[in-house]
Design a protein around this ligand. Structure first.
Ligand SMILES: [Zn+2]
Length: 175
């Protein structure tokens, strides 16, 4: 088990050899624009862009939620696209995702026991449960293409992948 205290200790060790990261003003002075690629992926630490593409701070913006779904990330992606103007989006779901190990109903039942006075709110919640990883990527990329809140040009440059946590490979998912 890794606690917050453990992580804070690790930060102190890492900060000792930290290379300062440029501010927006410094980047502008160097003629460096913001990243134009976004990666939408799972919260799972086994599915980290730092691991699967060796992500560096200025390569891409990363948006993460359970499984890596568009619906809970819609405001972030639309808002950042308005601010930055993305060129491309990469949707990455992964093998053995926790979202294949629970159902939305299971989580609702647990929450309703904890929050009996908020049943109606809990009933309106979904938690990203899926049964098929490849289908899940297809469904999310399809949602990009159908969402009226995502720019058409960006939806056309949205690409889906499955990350295999055993081989380390990203496999493109054809629509
Ligand atoms: Zn996952």
């Amino acid at each position: 088990m890794t606690s917050v205290a453990d992580l804070v200790q690790r930060n102190k060790e890492l900060a000792a050899s930290h290379t300062p990261i440029p501010t927006f003003a410094e980047m502008a002075g160097l003629g460096m624009g913001p990243p134009k690629t976004a990666i939408l992926t799972c919260v799972d630490g086994r599915c980290s862009p730092e691991n699967f593409v060796g992500l560096k701070p200025r390569d891409a913006l990363v948006i993460r939620n359970i499984c890596g779904h568009l619906a809970p990330a819609l405001a972030d992606i639309a808002g950042l696209d308005a601010f930055i103007g993305f060129n491309e989006i990469m949707v990455v779901h992964h093998t053995d995702c926790g979202a294949t190990h629970f159902t939305n109903e299971m989580l609702r039942d647990t929450l309703k026991k904890r929050l009996p006075e908020h049943e109606a709110n809990v009933d309106a919640m979904t938690f990203g449960a899926i049964t098929d990883i490849e289908q899940s990527v297809k469904d999310d990329v399809d949602l990009f293409k159908k969402s009226p809140l995502i720019r058409k040009e960006l939806a056309e440059h949205t690409y889906g992948f499955v990350y295999d946590i055993k081989t380390g490979l990203l496999t493109p998912v054809e629509q």
